[in-house]
Write a protein that binds this ligand. Structure first.
Ligand code: AVI
Length: 327
């Protein structure tokens, strides 16, 4: 019998109108806003995910390398020293590499892994990556973070659970959605459980701009791929050559913003939404915010969400923090 199990949402099952109807509705709603926007969660189709994997290998983007090194160096402490076998639930598991590193370098018995991701491809990749490890049960949930974690909590055993929310993915949530998400994670946990949160820290603007506007233009391709996806999946007429990638540091809000700036006045239609847009020369579509934090801000956010206390491991050169919040 297989030890891998799968649960999926209605949207993921491709039920009539589900995922693409939501995609179309959100694209229409966000493009009508002023300033125009697109939700960054739609970057991650198969091509977008491959481009993101490439970004993680860029010498100018240190998040993944710094976090993986911290996980490898401190795995036993990060997994906790309780003797009971552990359940690990990972929100946004991606390739499963970081989770595998943590389990391989740790000394704790992990009996169940719950993988939560909206991408079926990511869940399949992570399940394969974990295949050789001595884990009794792997459950894949094709859901959004909050929904997936509720499923994971419902099907957990009696032992403690560690939730991983890595890669500074929290940084792509604007306030107050970031605080709501932390609170909904906390509400799924019970005493003895913990959350391991990976966050990128504020660093010099020059470094941030190189990380989000790299000389190889991989991040630019990642950003413009969102327009290609809208063209292919929703019948959009975006001319990809008519938009340039721009990254800027908003020091007041502590976030890097990514935009697509129109190089000329142009009309864009999106068939699936009946949307007709007149976009002016120089007008931008804001596609992503990536918030950067100070270590004490992260501890305060955990306390506000109801966690008992937080312990931090910080890479001071790359400026990246792992915080383990106890319940
Ligand atoms: C997934 N997320 C945390 C990345 C970030 O750094 O905000 C996405 C990304 N955007 C551009 N480069 C990487």
């Amino acid at each position: 019998m297989s030890r891998a199990h799968f649960s999926e949402s209605a949207a993921a099952k491709n039920e009539p109108g589900s995922f693409s109807a939501l995609f179309a509705a959100e694209v229409a709603e966000y493009l009508r806003r002023m300033p125009r926007q697109l939700p960054s969660k739609y970057f991650y189709d198969p091509l977008g995910s491959a481009l993101f994997e490439a970004i993680c290998r860029l010498p100018w983007y240190s998040v993944t390398r710094a976090e993986s090194a911290l996980l490898a160096a401190h795995a036993p402490a990060l997994l906790g020293d309780d003797a009971a076998p552990l359940t690990i639930a990972e929100l946004g598991c991606g390739s499963g590499d970081k989770l595998a590193t943590l389990i391989e370098r740790g000394t704790r018995q992990v009996d169940t892994v719950q993988l939560i991701d909206v991408s079926a491809a990511a869940l399949a990749m992570a399940t394969t990556r974990l295949d050789h490890l001595p884990i009794a049960r792997i459950v894949a949930h094709q859901h959004t973070y909050a929904e997936g974690l509720r499923h994971a909590a419902d099907s957990r055993g009696d032992g403690p659970m560690l939730v991983l929310f890595l890669g500074s993915n929290i940084g792509n949530f604007d306030p107050p959605a970031d605080a709501c998400l932390l609170r909904s994670i906390r509400e799924c946990l019970r005493p003895g459980d913990a959350l391991l949160l990976g966050t990128d820290l504020v660093k010099p603007e020059r470094e941030l701009l190189l990380a989000y506007d790299d000389p190889l233009q991989i991040t630019a391709a990642f950003n413009r791929n969102l327009l290609r996806r809208i063209n292919d999946e929703l019948g959009g007429t975006f001319d990809l050559d008519g938009f340039v990638h721009r990254a800027c540091w908003n020091g007041r809000e502590h976030r890097v913003e990514m935009h697509l700036v129109s190089t000329r006045a142009q009309e864009v239609r999106v068939a699936a939404t009946d949307l007709v847009l007149e976009i002016a020369e120089g007008e931008s579509i804001w596609t992503e915010s990536s918030y950067k934090y100070e270590p004490e801000e992260i501890l305060a956010a955990g306390a506000a969400a109801g966690f008992a206390h937080g312990e931090q491991w910080i890479d001071q050169v790359a400026r990246f923090a792992l915080t383990r919040f106890a319940v």
